[in-house]
Design a protein around this ligand. Structure first.
Ligand code: GTP
Ligand code: MG
Ligand code: ZN
Length: 349
């Protein structure tokens, strides 16, 4: 591993920086004179009103300032973990432990967004610029196919590749039946079985990482997301200013914030707090149900909802046994949720 001379010895490209990001920064700097001289950093931890970012010289605090952020329409316009941002006076912030002005967010390659829990309907970004999302479920809990489908839809809609991880397989006698249940709703996503505690199956996760690639780990609380990261990170240092809290052996610590880790072998991992519920913030049913969409091309009506319409190829496929009935149930559930989300938030297209 090549390292820069300064602690903690991370190269920007180990954080995921590449020529395309450099070009994006150059464009931003060239088009806005007030951005001249800014340097890049990646958002590692989100706090209320501020973020911790990291560059080659280590971690420091930054704060989104300026008109652009004051006028932010919703949270998608604010910095989120995984973002590449342009920072003013990074060295001053570093040496004085103050907050550097964060002036711009480079255009995101991907961004996972959910609907914020609670009454208000607003988008809540989960992580930006991720290539892969590990959607973790626990083998000792009932596998919830509808929840999995929502995760897959959110990941695909955000522009990342989903990988289903069935963790805690050490607790069950028959992991194969669980992975079969996951495969049934995966719509082509890989399904991996792991035991983070025993350290088994984790090599397969590394196969989706590598230098410059970023993965976010999502799923309900307690399924083992942080343990997976801690096991992969074993013996490595956490980023930013705090020591690693991903895991400590003296009991369980629910994750309370999104946080980015860099693997020495290459790759970036983002830990997230468990989501009690995942509400969709997505636009395209076809992303989540490519199998249904393909069959639906044969429906008599192009706007067929696959309910009572005559000539429905999807219901015919269910009747013929070529499409699992659960897929159609999931499709209808998703469609209803999207209609409700849309009704509550007319700002969306
Ligand atoms: N038996 C078994 N236990 C595991 C495994 N992975 C994690 N655990 C345990 O499950 C509990 C929860 O693990 P965490 O890693 O904190 O779960 P999390 O998904 O990060 O939870 P939140 O941070 O609340 O979202 C801990 O007590 C872990 O030791 C596993 O593969 N097998
Ligand atoms: Mg956790
Ligand atoms: Zn139909």
């Amino acid at each position: 591993m090549t390292t820069s001379v300064v602690a903690p010895g991370i190269n920007l490209d180990e954080l995921g920086w590449d020529q395309a990001w450099a070009a994006a920064l150059a464009v931003a700097l060239a088009t806005s004179p007030e951005l001249r001289g800014l340097t890049p950093a990646r958002v590692a931890i989100e706090h209320r009103g501020a973020v911790e970012v990291v560059d080659e010289q280590g971690g420091f605090w930054a704060e989104a300032t300026g008109k652009m952020f004051r006028d932010a329409g919703d949270k998608r316009e604010l910095p989120v973990v995984g973002d590449w941002v342009a920072i003013a006076d990074a060295d001053t912030a570093r040496s004085t432990a103050s907050r550097a002005p964060l002036r711009a967010i480079l255009p995101r390659r991907s961004c996972l967004v959910r609907r914020a829990a609670g009454e208000r309907t607003e988008p809540q970004p989960i992580a930006a610029n991720v290539d892969v999302a590990f959607v973790v479920t626990s083998a000792n809990q009932d596998l919830n196919p509808r929840r999995l489908e929502r995760y897959l839809a959110t990941v695909r809609d955000g522009g990342a590749t989903p990988v289903i991880v069935v963790n805690k397989v050490d607790l069950v006698a028959d992991p194969a039946s669980l992975s079969a249940a996951a495969i049934a709703v995966a719509d082509g996503a890989p399904v991996l079985c792991t035991s983070a505690l025993a350290g088994s199956g984790l090599d397969a996760l590394l196969g989706f990482l590598g230098r410059g690639r970023t993965a976010v780990v999502v799923g309900s609380s307690g399924v083992g997301k942080s343990t997976i990261i801690a096991t992969l990170m074993a013996g490595q240092v956490a980023l930013a200013s705090q020591p690693s809290r991903a895991h400590d052996d003296r009991g369980r610590h629910a994750t309370t914030r999104r946080e980015l880790y860099v693997l020495a072998g290459g790759g970036v991992l983002i830990d997230t707090p468990g989501m009690r519920e995942l509400q969709l913030w997505v636009d395209d049913d076809a992303l989540a149900f490519a199998d249904v969409a393909t069959i639906a091309a044969g429906c008599r009506f192009s706007d067929c909802r696959h309910r009572q319409e005559p000539g429905c190829a999807v219901r015919a496929a269910v009747a013929a046994g070529t499409l699992a009935s659960g897929r159609l149930v999931g499709f209808h559930k998703l469609a209803a949720e999207r209609a409700a989300a849309l009704a509550r938030h007319p700002r969306r297209r």
